[in-house]
Structure formats: C-alpha cells, structure tokens
Design a protein around this ligand. Structure first.
Ligand code: CTP
Ligand code: CA
Length: 224
C-alpha cells in the first residue's frame, strides 16, 4: 500500500529514473526491442515519489499507471533517451538507470517499409553499437549520485564490479537473472548491491517494489 509507505525522506531531491526497453527503428513500422517490462524502473520512480522526491521518469513504457506527481518523458530509442537525459542531468541529484538499453541499433533506418522479395530467402540487418548512456553522462559527473543495474547470468560479482568502475557509477544493483524468478518480465528480483564505499550486500529474493523501497532507504541512510 503506497499510502502507508509514504514519508518525506527524499524531500528536496531531484531524481531521474529511466525505465523500459529501448526500441531501435528498422523502418517506419519495425524496431529491435527486448523483453524488459519497465517494472523495476517504474517501481523505483513510484517509491521515490512516495518518499517526497521530485521524480522524472524517462521511459519507453506507454500507459503505465503512475502517480500524478511523477513527471513522465516518453522516448523510444537509446538516442532519444540519451538526449532527454543530457538535457536534465546537470541539475539532478540522483540518476537511476533501470532501462534496458539495446546494446546495438540498425546502421541504416529505411524511410519506407522494407519489402520482402521473391528471390531472397534471408535478410541481414547490420547493427552498430548504441552509445553507453550511463557511461556518457556519468563520465564527468559532479555531485550526482549515479546508480546502474547489471543483469548477469554468470560471474555476477566480477561483472558487476567491472561495470561499477567502467561506468563511473556510485552503486550497481546487480541482478542475478540466471533463474526464471528474477529479471525480465517477472515481479521479483535477486539483487546484490555493490558500491565503491562498502562490501557487496546480497539481498534476498524480493518484489521489485520491495527492491525499490530498500534501495531508497539505503540511499537516504547513506546521505544522512
Ligand atoms: N546501459 C546504458 N547504455 C547502454 C547499455 C547499458 O546506459 N548502451 C546501462 C544500463 O541501463 C544499466 C547498465 O548500463 O544500468 C548496465 O547494463 P548491462 O546491459 O547490464 O551492461 P552493458 O554495459 O550493456 O554490458 P553487457 O550487456 O555486455 O553485460
Ligand atoms: Ca547490455
């Protein structure tokens, strides 16, 4: 129940959360996407707003049920998400990158719907790397507290530790997606919190809403 959890521990904090899988255009009617539901990011945005934060949600998810005190910026592609984030990052206190950014996008985007033809049984789409949004904005961050996720099926701690360093993040929420009860399109996650300032914290299996509340409680305690 949202009303019970509400407090003002994030009052005065400008918070940006990104959510959902990006859609990388192929032609006017097609895109490359992924199975992210956006649930983790939406839970983080709602939880922060319940705690009095000034929340902007940059999201690919359409028609999500959100409280009216969350500012919503709708995007599709990683490029659009980067642009909207760069316009706001300088004056934010916290960024949480919960979005599932497509690592690659089509090199060419066709103006017209691509037609299949009778003498071609295969079709190849050449892909190029998307910008690393988190790395790009956190590279020369100042006071901003930056949080990334790491979805891993193996070597969770080592891979997440690398992301903590290479992306210049303050925290990585490493998500063990090796089992079907955590990660994409389910309501629960298995999180280990990594930070530069303390040892990894392994959290039990919990709902995405519980992960969100626990993360903001961690942040509030850290900043006290
Ligand atoms: N991320 C990003 N821009 C990208 C790719 C990822 O900002 N182009 C962010 C994600 O939102 C997440 C973090 O980086 O917060 C880690 O994403 P993840 O996919 O786990 O890691 P990658 O760096 O993409 O590496 P890989 O997929 O190869 O494990
Ligand atoms: Ca990736």
């Amino acid at each position: 129940n949202n009303a019970i959890d509400s407090d003002d521990s994030l009052a005065g904090q400008d918070i940006i959360v990104t959510a959902g899988g990006t859609k990388e255009p192929i032609d006017p009617v097609r895109y490359i996407g992924n199975r992210s539901s956006g649930k983790m990011g939406i839970a983080l945005a709602k939880s922060a707003a319940n705690k009095g934060g000034n929340v902007t949600l940059i999201t690919t998810v359409k028609n999500a049920e959100l409280s009216s005190n969350i500012k919503v910026v709708q995007v599709d592609s990683a490029e659009e998400m980067l642009t909207e984030l760069q316009a706001r990052f300088a004056k934010t206190n916290v960024l949480v990158m919960a979005a599932a950014i497509s690592d690659f996008k089509p090199v060419h985007v066709s103006d017209q719907k691509i037609k299949k033809n009778d003498n071609q049984e295969t079709y190849t789409i050449e892909l190029t790397k998307n910008p690393d949004i988190l790395k790009t904005v956190a590279k020369d961050k100042k006071e901003q507290f930056v949080v990334g996720f790491a979805a891993e099926t193996q070597n969770l701690l080592a891979n997440a530790e690398k992301k903590l360093i290479s992306k210049n993040a303050d925290v990585i929420l490493a998500n063990d997606v090796s089992q079907s009860d955590a990660g994409f399109n389910v309501d629960t996650n298995r999180i280990t919190l990594l930070s530069k300032s303390s040892d990894p914290q392994k959290w039990e299996l919990m709902t995405k809403q519980q992960v969100a509340d626990k993360f903001w409680d961690y942040y509030v305690a850290l900043k006290k």
